[in-house]
Design a protein around this ligand. Structure first.
Ligand code: FES
Length: 486
């Protein structure tokens, strides 16, 4: 009996990044069938994996939880109806396997009797051959295959994952992600960095409609939007209301920067996080009924008390209603003073946007270099979290060229580097000679043509950096920039 596993689940079981797994497939080190990996192939490709030891996996998870500071501790069991459906399905699978084993056992008994029957009236030679055959069968049935313990441990881990989560494939883009806890399909997609179409995110607008191609979903959030009978018959579901019961394939559109319409909403000020006397972050919360739809790296216009300003968003869309804006203190800028010092908790701030196309080329698996000049770290932070969610880049290097505000989130960058094997953080002290610093960075990459470079800073800094990176062999089409005001 073959047992196939989807790639996203393989990454979890083998504790390997999605990029590394795809490299193995490309290099012929791991065979797949229809995007799935057969269990014995998995054991062959990872001979040294300790399938029954998840201590290291737990340790890495703990480090990541601390590093990312997300509300991972809130994650709980799946919705109880989804859990019941998954257990029911597992029970059915167990019953079918048991019935099959009973059938095999009956066939063996029947074979045994048949051998007895044939033996009675055959020559010595035939009897000897049948005796040998029976001994062969008995011996092999009694023998425990050398990989039995590994297979058992691997299946047990995979079963637990299947109860706790479901695997989703999006067609035609081919994106894959896992739905955990009591997340809806939309929440899980956004958390995984997959920007599916949606509007209100709470069952009113119908913009998250998508077609279920295979698998089973269950409604876990109420919705007011009414699907027509034709839509229901065609398998249309609302992604913001449904969770996956088992592994599903869904037809849905993955949006690019140009697909996301400008939105207007009113958020509430929640807190100001002071990094140092020069820079702080304003944390906003979008309303439950209208979360802001944007891509990592984009900007937004903030307005309050008759003033406004355009800022890059420092948080990632995976953080749901939370929006972080990083702001330099500037005595000449009345609006920045209002945002950091003049707002009280729950004061309203109008949001308009998103704007800009400084977003990740999310189909690329090339290694990424992020270059942040000063507070250009804000959009880069959002992009890094998005790249981490996608887990597709071969490696991620962050070069942060500080200005007088310093590396104000140094600990966060170091925590990322501690948590992820493929993340490198290089802080650069404020330099008088920016050109020389950039040239030194570019010199460190003799194979720059293989990389994507995302840089955020002032127009002048970006112009200088672009010239130097291109001179060092970076293809023009691998260069992306986001301009920020110093
Ligand atoms: S996003 Fe509006 S109904 Fe789902």
């Amino acid at each position: 009996m073959s047992h196939f596993l989807p790639l996203s689940r393989v990454t979890k079981l083998a504790e390997i990044s999605r990029h590394a797994l795809q490299e193995m497939i490309r290099n012929g080190k791991l065979d797949t069938f229809d995007g799935m990996v057969e269990l014995n192939e998995l054991l062959r490709a990872f001979p040294d994996a300790k399938w029954d030891d998840d201590a290291e996996f737990r340790r890495i998870t703990e480090i990541k939880e601390k590093a990312f500071g997300k509300r991972v501790f809130e994650r709980a069991l799946p919705d109880k109806e989804v859990l019941a459906a998954r257990l029911f399905e597992l029970g059915n699978e167990y019953a079918a396997t048991k019935a099959l084993l009973m059938h095999y056992s009956n066939v063996l008994s029947w074979l045994d009797e048949k051998i007895d029957e044939i033996e009675e009236d055959k020559s010595n030679e035939t009897r000897h051959a049948l005796h040998t055959l029976r001994a062969f069968i008995v011996r092999h049935l009694a023998e425990i295959p050398p990989d039995a313990a590994k297979v058992q441990a691997l299946i047990a881990q995979e079963r637990i994952l299947k109860i706790m989560s479901a695997h989703v494939t999006i067609k035609p883009s081919g994106h894959e992600f896992i739905v955990e806890s009591n997340d809806t399909l939309l929440e899980a997609a956004l958390r995984a960095g997959v920007s599916l179409d949606y509007g209100c995110s709470n069952g009113n607008c119908g913009e998250c409609r998508a077609r279920l191609i295979s698998g089973e979903v269950r409604k876990v959030r109420a919705h007011d939007y009414v699907l027509s009978q034709v839509e229901k018959d065609a398998g249309v579901v609302l992604l913001c209301s449904c969770a996956a019961v088992n592994d599903v394939v869904i037809e849905a559109n993955v949006a690019g920067a140009k697909d996301i319409q400008e939105q207007h909403l009113v958020a509430k000020a929640k807190s100001v996080e002071v990094f140092n006397p020069r820079v702080a972050a304003l944390h906003l919360m979008a309303p439950r009924s209208q979360r802001l739809r944007f891509l990592a790296g984009q900007s937004i216009r903030l307005s309050a008390r008759g003033m406004s300003g355009l800022y890059p968003i420092a948080s990632c869309p995976c953080e749901e209603r939370h929006i972080e804006i990083q702001i330099m203190r500037n005595a000449d800028d009345a609006f920045s003073q209002l945002l950091l010092d003049g707002l009280k908790v729950n004061d309203s701030v109008e949001l308009e946007g998103p704007y800009g196309e400084f977003v990740l080329e999310d189909a690329s698996t090339r290694p990424i270099i992020f270059v942040a000049f000063g507070i250009g770290f804000a959009p880069i932070k959002s992009l890094i979290q998005h790249a981490m969610s996608l887990d597709l880049a071969e490696s991620i290097d962050l070069h942060w060229l500080a200005d007088e505000a310093g590396h104000y989130q140094n600990n966060l960058c170091r925590a990322w580097a501690d948590a992820l094997d493929n993340f490198n953080y290089v802080p650069h002290a404020p330099a008088t000679d920016v050109k020389a610093t950039i040239a030194n960075i570019a010199n460190d990459y003799p194979d720059l043509h293989r990389f994507d470079v995302y840089a955020a800073g002032t127009a002048a800094q970006l112009q200088t950096a672009k010239r130097i990176f291109l001179e060092h062999g970076l293809p023009k089409q691998h260069w992306w920039t986001g301009t920020v005001d110093a």
